[in-house]
Design a protein around this ligand. Structure first.
Ligand code: K7E
Ligand code: CUA
Length: 619
C-alpha cells in the first residue's frame, strides 16, 4: 500500500473526480483538527487514560508488522511503548537472530521479508495466545512465532506457485489452517515462461492453505485453488455460521498489464472470491487435485462448489467478516461507500444458482442477491474492524479519518480525523469473534511532521483512539517502526511467556551444565567446542585451531536466573550469538583468517561483564 499511497493519492482523488477533496487534502492545515479533538475530550483526561505508572503493565499488547524491515514489533496499549522486536524474516544482531546455525538455516539465505499481516492463533475464533503467524509478501513465506518465548520457530516457503504472499496469513477459527492468496499472477509452476501478452490466459493466481498441527503449530503445505490472473488482496476468515469459508478481494479483474493505475480501474466492479476451504480440503482428500509445483492444486472447472466470485466496488482493499460471522464488508478504494453483504444471502444465492457470469470456471454470484446494503461512509474506505458492541470502524485513506458505523443499520455514528492517510486500523480482537474494544489504533501511512523531522524520511505515526464513548476520542500520537501495515492486540493476561529455558527441556546433545564438561575436541580438520557461559566467564576461554579448520561452537548459557543473557561476539569473524538462560546455540564456520581474535560477552550481565572474554587463536 505505502508505495502507491506515497505517490498516488492525487491520482486516486482525480480518478474519483472529487476535486474539492483535492483542494482540502493539499491545504489541510497541519494538526489543528487533531489538537482540537484532544482538547475537546480534555488533554489531561487523555493523558491520564494513556498513563501507565512505573512498574505497571499495559492492558493489551500490540503486535505490529514491520513491513520490509521483516520484523514484528511489540508495544503496550495504552502506553504505546515499544517493548520488544521479534525478528522474523531479517537478521537481528541484538538477539543474534540469523547468526547461529539454526536461524541462519531458517532464513534460507534471504536477508529480508515483507511482513504485512500478523495473525494470532485462535480457538473457537477467539485469540488463544499460543502463536503469532506472519506473512512475507516478498518471498511467499509464512512464519510462526511462539508466544511462549516470543521467538520465530518456523518459516515455511517460498510456497510453490505463489507470487506475492500479500493476502495472508489468515487463521481459520480453530487455526486448522492459514489461508493465503497470490498478489501477483505468474505462469505456474514458478519458473515457467510465458510472454506478458498471454497474461489473460497463461498466467494464474492461487488461493491456498497451509496446514497447522494443532499441538505443535508445525506448518506444512496444504492445497491451492487455481484462479484467474486477478491480483488478490486482503482476506478474512469466517466464523460461527461462516467458519468453513474465507474471502479475499481482488484488483485488476480486467486482467490488465502495464499501467494498472489506469487499466485496472476500467471495470465498474472487481470481485471477492468466497472459498469453502473445508470443501476444498475434502476434494483434495477425495483425490480431485493435481500436483503442480509440489502442491495439490484444485481447478474450479473440475471441482465446482469450492469457490465463487462476488462483485464488489472497484479497486477494493480487503474484506472483513463481522464478529458473529453473519456479514462481511468490502470497500472500493475509489468510492465513498462500503458494502455490507449477508453470508446467509450468499449461501441462498449459491443454492438458487443465482449467477451473473463466469470467469475461468468460477461462477459469479449476482450482486443484488448477496448484497445487504451500501453505506455512504467517506472517501477511500480501506479496512474495517469491530468493537465489543458490534460497531464497525473503517479506515478512510483519502479522508484521513476513521468512521464508526453500525453494520446492522448502516448508520454512520461518528468520524474522527487522523494524521495522515490511514491504512490499516486495529481494535484488540477486532478481527475475531471476541473484540475487546476499548481502543482503535490508526496505523497511518504518512505522518507529515507529527514528530521531529529527521530528514526526508519522516518518522511514522500511529494514533491511539478511545472508543469507549459514543464519540471517538484521539488520545495519543505514537511512533510506529516502519513499515506499518496491519497489527493485532491481545489482553496482557492472556500471555504467559516463560522466564528461563529449564534444563529439563533442553534436549540439545551438545548442551553442558557444568564448566568441567567444557572443552575442545578435534576430528581431522573439524573442531567442536563445547562452551559454557556463566557469570562472568566463558569456558573454555581460549580456542586453538589451525587455519582452514571447520570450527563448530556449541554454547550453553548454564544459568537458570531470570534475565541473565550472555552473548558471544567474535571480532573480525562476523559471529554474534545471544544465549538465553538454559539455551544452547551453535555456530559453524571456517577459520579462514589466521591470527588472534578476541571473543567477548555482548550482553551486560554482571559487574565483571567486561572481564567475560577469551581468544580464538588461528595458527
Ligand atoms: Cu498496507 Cu494490509 Cu499490505 Cu492495507 S496492507 S493499508
Ligand atoms: Cu556475560 Cu556479559
Amino acid at each position: 500500500m505505502k508505495r502507491t499511497s506515497t505517490t498516488s493519492p492525487w491520482l486516486w482523488v482525480a480518478a474519483a473526480g472529487v476535486v474539492a477533496v483535492l483542494v482540502i487534502f493539499a491545504c489541510r492545515p497541519a494538526p489543528e483538527g487533531e489538537r482540537r479533538a484532544v482538547m475537546t475530550g480534555g488533554a489531561v483526561a487523555a493523558a491520564e487514560t494513556t498513563y501507565v505508572p512505573p512498574g505497571d503493565l499495559d492492558k493489551y499488547y500490540l503486535f505490529y508488522s514491520g513491513g520490509h524491515s521483516g520484523q514484528i514489533y511489540v508495544a503496550g496499549i495504552p502506553s504505546m511503548r515499544h517493548i520488544s522486536t521479534i525478528p522474523v524474516f531479517s537478521p537481528y544482531p541484538a538477539t543474534g537472530y540469523g547468526f547461529d546455525d539454526e536461524t541462519r538455516e531458517m532464513l534460507g539465505g534471504l536477508a529480508w521479508g515483507d511482513v504485512h499481516h500478523p495473525t494470532l492463533s485462535r480457538t473457537g475464533a477467539v485469540y488463544d495466545g499460543r502463536w503469532l503467524f506472519a506473512n512475507d509478501n516478498a518471498h511467499s513465506r509464512i512464519a510462526r512465532i511462539s508466544l511462549r518465548d516470543f521467538k520465530t520457530k518456523q518459516i515455511i516457503g517460498p510456497i510453490p506457485n505463489l507470487s506475492g504472499n500479500h493476502g495472508s496469513a489468515f487463521a481459520t477459527s480453530d487455526t486448522e489452517m492459514l489461508l493465503y492468496a497470490s498478489r501477483f499472477s505468474v505462469p505456474i509452476p514458478i519458473g515457467t515462461y510465458a510472454p506478458i501478452d498471454d497474461y489473460a490466459t497463461e498466467f494464474n493466481g492461487v488461493v491456498g492453505a497451509v496446514n497447522v498441527d494443532p499441538e505443535t503449530g508445525e506448518m506444512s503445505l496444504g492445497f491451492q485453488i487455481l484462479t484467474p490472473p486477478f491480483n488478490w488482496d486482503l482476506g478474512s476468515t469466517g466464523r460461527g455460521p461462516s467458519k468453513d469459508w474465507a474471502l479475499w478481494t481482488c484488483y485488476n479483474s480486467e486482467r490488465a498489464t502495464g499501467e494498472l493505475e489506469k487499466t485496472a480501474s476500467a471495470n465498474d466492479r472487481d470481485y471477492a472470491i468466497a472459498v469453502n476451504w473445508r470443501a476444498a480440503a475434502q476434494a483434495v482428500a477425495d483425490g480431485k487435485a493435481t500436483q503442480v509445483g509440489g502442491v495439490d492444486v484444485l481447478d474450479p472447472k473440475d471441482v465446482p462448489g469450492i469457490a465463487y466470485l462476488i462483485p464488489v466496488a472497484k479497486s477494493p482493499h480487503g474484506v472483513d467478516f463481522t464478529p458473529d460471522g453473519t456479514r462481511f464488508v468490502t470497500s472500493g478504494k475509489l468510492e465513498a461507500i462500503t458494502t455490507v453483504y449477508s453470508f446467509d444471502k450468499m449461501l441462498a444465492a449459491i443454492q438458487a444458482e443465482d449467477f451473473s457470469g463466469e470467469e475461468d470456471g468460477l461462477k459469479v454470484l449476482d450482486y443484488d442477491s448477496v448484497m445487504e446494503r451500501e453505506v455512504q461512509i467517506g472517501l477511500g474506505p480501506l479496512h474495517t474492524q469491530y468493537d465489543d458492541q458490534g460497531m464497525a470502524y473503517t479506515s478512510l485513506f483519502i479522508d484521513s479519518a476513521i468512521a464508526k458505523w453500525n453494520p446492522e443499520t448502516g448508520e454512520v455514528l461518528d468520524t474522527v480525523p487522523v494524521a495522515y492517510n490511514i491504512g490499516h486500523l486495529m481494535v484488540p480482537g477486532g478481527d475475531s469473534a471476541k473484540p475487546w474494544g476499548q481502543y482503535v489504533i490508526a496505523l497511518n501511512k504518512l505522518s507529515h511532521g507529527r514528530h521531529l523531522n529527521v530528514g526526508p524520511s519522516q518518522p511514522e505515526s500511529s494514533q491511539l483512539i478511545d472508543i469507549t464513548g459514543e464519540k471517538m476520542r484521539l488520545l495519543y500520537d505514537a511512533f510506529t517502526e516502519p513499515e506499518p501495515h496491519y497489527a493485532q492486540a491481545i489482553p496482557a493476561d492472556m500471555l504467559h511467556p516463560i522466564e528461563v529455558y529449564s534444563k529439563e527441556e533442553n534436549h540439545d546433545p551438545w548442551a553442558i551444565w557444568d564448566v568441567t564438561e567444557a572443552g575442545v575436541t578435534r576430528s581431522g580438520n573439524r573442531v567442536d567446542v563445547k562452551m559454557a557461559a556463566v557469570r562472568s566467564s566463558f569456558w573454555p576461554n581460549r580456542i586453538e585451531v589451525k587455519k582452514g579448520d571447520e570450527v563448530a561452537i556449541h554454547i550453553t548459557n548454564i544459568e537458570q536466573t531470570t534475565d541473565e543473557l550472555h552473548g558471544l561476539g567474535i571480532s573480525d569473524y562476523n559471529i554474534n550469538l545471544v544465549v538465553d538462560p538454559g539455551e544452547t546455540k551453535h555456530v559453524t564456520f571456517t577459520a579462514k583468517n589466521s591470527g588472534v581474535f578476541a571473543y567477548y560477552c555482548t550482553n551486560f550481565c554482571s559487574a565483571l561483564h567486561q572481564e567475560m572474554q577469551g581468544y580464538l587463536l588461528v595458527e
